[in-house]
Write a new protein. Structure first.
Length: 136
């Protein structure tokens, strides 16, 4: 079989990183430009990023379950799971408090700050994954 979990995990990891980062960028552009289509794009990027992030976490945990003894692999795994949980939390807030986020600039800025922090956490987890894979 040409594909196993060790080779499939690196194929999936780029999708949540790109989608969740672009979702954050579209949120920033939505606040600046006040165009509703950017808010919709951010919503769907975030949704797709969460789905692919769950898949990436699953393939990573299944592929490298015996290697979690290593501190870098363990930290990468924990940070990746925490980042996806944080994005799920932000997505639930986005749905539940949609009107509050639309009309309250303070709540919108707090949400955007948490979104940026979540992206930074995601990037750090991806950086640790690159170190664990000996790409850097």
């Amino acid at each position: 079989m040409p594909y196993d979990l060790d080779t499939i995990h690196p194929l999936f990891i780029h999708f949540p990183i790109a989608l969740l980062f672009c979702g954050c960028i579209f949120d920033i552009m939505y606040i600046i430009l006040k165009r509703q289509d950017l808010e919709h794009t951010s919503f769907w990027c975030m949704f797709s990023g969460i789905i692919t992030g769950i898949i990436s976490n699953f393939t990573g945990l299944m592929a490298f379950q015996g290697q979690l003894i290593d501190l870098i692999n363990f930290t990468h795994s924990i940070i990746s799971v925490i980042a996806i949980i944080l994005f799920i939390f932000l997505f639930i807030i986005r749905i539940k408090f949609q009107l509050d986020l639309k009309y309250s600039i303070m709540k919108k800025l707090i949400y955007l700050s948490l979104h940026i922090i979540a992206v930074i956490i995601l990037f750090y987890g991806a950086h640790l994954g690159a170190i664990a894979a000996e790409r850097i």
